[in-house]
Ligand binder design. Structure first.
Ligand SMILES: C[S@@+](CC[C@H](N)C(=O)[O-])C[C@H]1O[C@@H](n2cnc3c(N)ncnc32)[C@H](O)[C@@H]1O
Length: 420
């Protein structure tokens, strides 16, 4: 699925998520035989602009009974009146249940008004939406993208599984055929091939060539955001930097490694945390961002982010302080860029000479590996982490009971130190 920030007058495309920009109501309007977006700055509704009520009202008018409203966790009762409009127009509305909602305000107000056709836990919402849209749930990417997918033979899938495992340690389990088809189909098409199996046969002849590399990169998941999960960065600011400031007062140098940095939001969030910390003001800090994906590293080096990306997790004060406007997007400041350097590094291979790090971020990457690979990676990380250094893992990740690590209390964060 593509996620875009909506502008006015975009024809609605299948497989695309349109996000309402701040301070604008988003509407859907008829345009000839199709539908298009429309932004307006009419009065706030339910104290909100954008308001779900405005969107749903426009969808009820433009789409009628074929529409499906979905209301998920959120404060207040925005969406209730819009759901009423949808239901009056013959459409259905599905809402998230109280048990899995962080706040049951919005979905609760729809359910309590008797407007919800189904009230479901979070995990059942996507399959239910796909079922109602007549989409085969086993191939959600493909069907939602509305593209004619190139089907994949079993032996092609098994070759891709082996190659991706060998080159990246990422495990593509059974049932991931749709993922392979939807991610590799565009590569095959771009190479002029109308048949995914034939394209994969070509890769098979030279698996370590450019097409093999593109195949592996296409199957990495690069989801990230600024200050992702918040707690690790609060812990870094409040606990780790003041502690290291005392321990490294002599050298006044810090080295921090982000071991799977994707498009750079994590290393730049670390850089902002360090730049804003009085404990280490004026110190020389080096932040090393590494990743398997050359495309992601290129994005890190440009340091340019869209409005949608900076709207995900970056406080307005940090945006103003550490970024400069660059057309429709934003550019990290020269001061942040000077702290960071980026290089290619495959975590499944022995580490190149890198020196010692005071802090390592290795977040949301171990989840893709099998247990042996995770353990091997953690052993290599231990070798480059200073004895009094800190390791940050993803919220759901642990050191798997490996000896030599102890967990540090850090809110909902997953922070570890080495023990001798
Ligand atoms: C989900 S992103 C995590 C980004 C960031 N750490 C965060 O938590 O927001 C996972 C990243 O791991 C990278 N990756 C996957 N396998 C890898 C490997 N074997 N070596 C290095 N990076 C890898 C992917 O390219 C992707 O950018």
């Amino acid at each position: 699925m593509h996620v875009v920030e909506a502008t006015s007058g975009q024809p609605l495309q299948p497989g695309t998520v349109y996000v309402a920009p701040g301070d604008h109501h988003l509407e859907v309007r008829r345009a000839g035989a199709g539908l298009q977006t429309h932004l307006q700055q009419g009065p706030a509704e339910n104290f909100c602009r954008p308001a779900v009520d405005v969107l749903f009202r426009s969808v009820a008018a433009a789409v009628g009974p074929a529409a499906l409203g979905l209301v998920m966790t959120g404060m207040g009762s925005d969406g209730r009146r819009g759901s009423d409009d949808l239901v009056r127009g013959g459409a259905r509305v599905v809402v998230q249940d109280a048990a899995t909602s962080v706040v049951w305000g919005m979905p609760g107000s729809v359910a309590q008004a008797g407007l919800a056709d189904a009230v479901l836990p979070l995990t059942e919402l996507a399959p239910e939406v796909l079922r109602r849209l007549g989409v085969a749930a086993a191939r959600p990417d493909a069907a939602l993208a509305g593209c004619a997918l190139m089907p994949l033979a079993a032996q092609s899938f098994s070759f891709v599984q082996d190659l991706v495992l060998r080159e990246s340690a990422i495990v593509l389990g059974p049932g991931k055929e749709y993922l392979v088809e939807s991610r590799l189909g565009p590569l095959a098409q771009a190479d002029g091939s109308r048949d995914l199996d034939a394209w994969i046969d070509g890769v098979r002849r030279f698996p370590t060539g450019p097409a093999g590399r593109a195949l592996v990169e296409a199957l990495t998941t690069n989801e990230t955001s600024f200050f992702r999960d918040v707690d690790p960065f609060t812990h870094l600011r409040d606990q780790v930097l003041p502690t290291l400031a005392k321990a490294r007062g002599g050298s006044r140098r810090l080295r921090i490694w982000c071991g799977a940095c994707s498009s750079g939001q994590e290393p730049y969030s670390v850089a902002m945390t360090v730049a804003d910390s009085p404990a280490v003001a004026g110190w020389h800090t080096e932040i090393v961002g590494t990743d398997l994906s050359r495309a992601m590293l290129e994005r890190c080096r440009t340091g340019r982010y869209s409005r949608l990306e900076v709207n995900r997790g970056l406080p307005a004060t940090s945006l103003v302080k550490h970024f400069v406007r660059d057309g429709a997007g934003w550019q990290v400041s020269p001061a942040l860029k000077a702290m960071a350097r980026f290089s290619e590094l495959n975590l499944m291979r022995p580490l190149p000479p890198m020196g010692r790090f005071d802090v390592v971020f290795l977040r949301n990457v171990l989840i893709y590996f099998d247990v042996q690979t995770k353990q091997a990676v953690l052993r290599r990380v231990a070798d480059v982490l200073a004895p009094d250094g800190y390791l940050y893992l993803g919220a759901a990740e642990t050191t798997l009971g490996l000896t030599g690590w102890e967990r540090v209390p850090a809110g909902r964060g997953s922070v570890y130190r080495k023990v001798s």
